[in-house]
Design a protein around this ligand. Structure first.
Ligand code: FAD
Ligand code: UDP
Length: 394
């Protein structure tokens, strides 16, 4: 086969590397994906009601990295979009009288649920200091329960984080690394946006449009419905492979335990609204931190970029232990096991007598936002160029 570099996976990690190679070398690049579409987990499509749906859950692009934005904004077309999330909070007395409150926790969250007198940063700091006064966990925190309770106090922890995390991970926060709940910011002001990064955008042509542009290059060939492990023999002559699939899948024959992932299951309902601008939810994403429903959140896709349709489609997300790998499970067992896989990965180039690079959220067993996946690919490219690897190995 006349291919110089094989790229396994047509998500951001694979597609960005493919584009960089195509633009900067004379190589022929083959990108394969076992799925029937490009885009990896960012893939989206327009449904029969004209609403753009992300097949694997809502994806909001945000970044602090100007180089990432400079690179990716050249593909597709993008519009500013600031994401907001509300959580549905039920009272502790068991009644059905729920309230919608902003996530991340900010002044409006406290006003809505706990204390309407909290008005400014000073009040917020005082209120939180009081909530956390009796909490004496030592840093570094041992797990996510400690890291969240130490920052938010027991009330917020129980209302927002404990049950949601149980549903999402099938593990209590005590069993998860502190990092899981450290991801969630705490705001001392009235900024109720989900992200504060200076660059927050959505692609108007969808992520799939961005990927079409990224992969549209005469030196890049894309083959879908092609699983690397089944078709590996066809690529024996290729001397450089970039693998962006699960690292434990790649080394499955070595007999190590498998890494643990969480998956998601989606349930979709469409409703006729009549008016093209009418929506059903008070926000595009409504989190469900209570145990009253088994799903974690409901996404109303019509709200992203204010799409117009006589219908609206709601998608409920259920966490699952089986299915496509979505989230690495950050705990001690998996961290140790991944380190063993990493050692195998480091030796693989030698063993295979051809260069193999492991890149992306599945190969690096790390939750990466889209900008981090793009950024890692750009950083790798910089490193290769600096090390002159492009000339010697590729
Ligand atoms: P992927 O997109 O997973 O691509 C890997 C590809 O490799 C897949 O298409 C897979 O089919 C293919 N593959 C695997 N094994 C094989 C094989 N053996 N043969 C052939 N092909 C194979 N990030 C944000 O910045 N903002 C968000 O709002 C956001 N929301 C998210 C919501 C959810 C539910 C999830 C799970 C992730 C979210 N992310 C978000 C993260 C984002 O999805 C990732 O950053 C991005 O997908 C990483 O790209 P990747 O190329 O590394 O991996
Ligand atoms: N989380 C929570 N309650 C919420 C939102 C998030 O307990 O209302 C926890 C949960 O454990 C989740 C983690 O915080 O896995 C990270 O949330 P984020 O919204 O960043 O996750 P993602 O969008 O990647 O699912």
């Amino acid at each position: 086969m006349n291919v110089d570099t094989l790229i396994v996976g047509a998500g951001f990690s694979g597609a960005v590397i493919a584009r960089l190679l195509a633009e900067n070398t004379k190589q022929k690049i083959m990108v394969i994906d076992s799925r029937d579409h490009i885009g990896g987990n960012c893939y989206d499509y327009v449904n029969q009601y004209g609403i753009r749906i992300s097949k694997y859950g809502a994806h909001l692009f945000h970044t602090t990295r100007q180089d990432v934005w400079n690179f990716i904004s050249a593909f597709g077309s993008w519009e500013p979009w600031e994401h907001k999330v509300l959580a549905k909070i039920y009272p502790r007395d068991g009644s059905d009288d729920f309230a919608y409150a902003p996530v991340p926790i900010c002044i409006q969250t406290i006003q809505k649920l706990y204390d309407s007198s909290v008005q400014n940063e000073e009040d917020m700091r005082r209120w939180l200091a009081e909530e956390t006064r009796s909490i004496k966990f030592q840093t570094p925190y041992k797990n996510s329960m400690e890291s969240a309770v130490a920052r938010f106090g027991h009330r917020i922890y129980n209302d927002f984080f404990h049950s949601y995390t149980l549903k999402q991970w099938e593990k209590s926060p005590e069993e998860l690394d502190a990092s899981v709940l450290e991801r969630i910011p705490l705001r001392y002001n009235k900024d109720d946006r989900y992200f504060t990064d200076p660059i927050q955008m959505l692609p108007s042509c969808g992520y799939t449009g961005v990927f079409k542009d990224l992969l549209n290059h005469p030196q890049i060939e894309v083959r879908l419905n092609t699983d690397y492990f089944q078709e590996r023999h066809c690529f024996n002559g290729v001397n450089f492979t970039v693998f962006t699939g699960p690292i434990d899948g790649y080394f499955a024959s070595r007999g190590l335990d498998r890494l643990e992932y969480r998956s998601l299951r989606f349930e979709e309902d469409t409703f006729e609204m009549g008016d093209k601008d009418t929506v059903m939810q008070p926000a595009s994403v409504v989190n469900e931190p209570s145990m009253r429903v088994p799903y974690t959140r409901t996404v109303e896709f019509k709200q992203f970029l204010n799409q117009r349709s006589t219908h609206t489609t709601l998608v409920r997300e259920y966490s699952a232990s089986n299915g496509d790998p979505y989230y690495p499970v950050p705990n001690e067992r998996n961290t140790k096991l991944y380190a063993t896989y990493q050692q195998l990965a480091e030796r693989e180039t030698e063993a295979e007598r051809r260069t193999v690079l492991f890149l992306g959220r599945l190969a690096n067993y790390k939750y990466l936002n889209m900008d981090q996946a793009i950024g890692n690919a750009l950083d790798h490219w910089q490193k290769w160029t600096k090390d002159d690897m492009i000339k010697t190995h590729v």
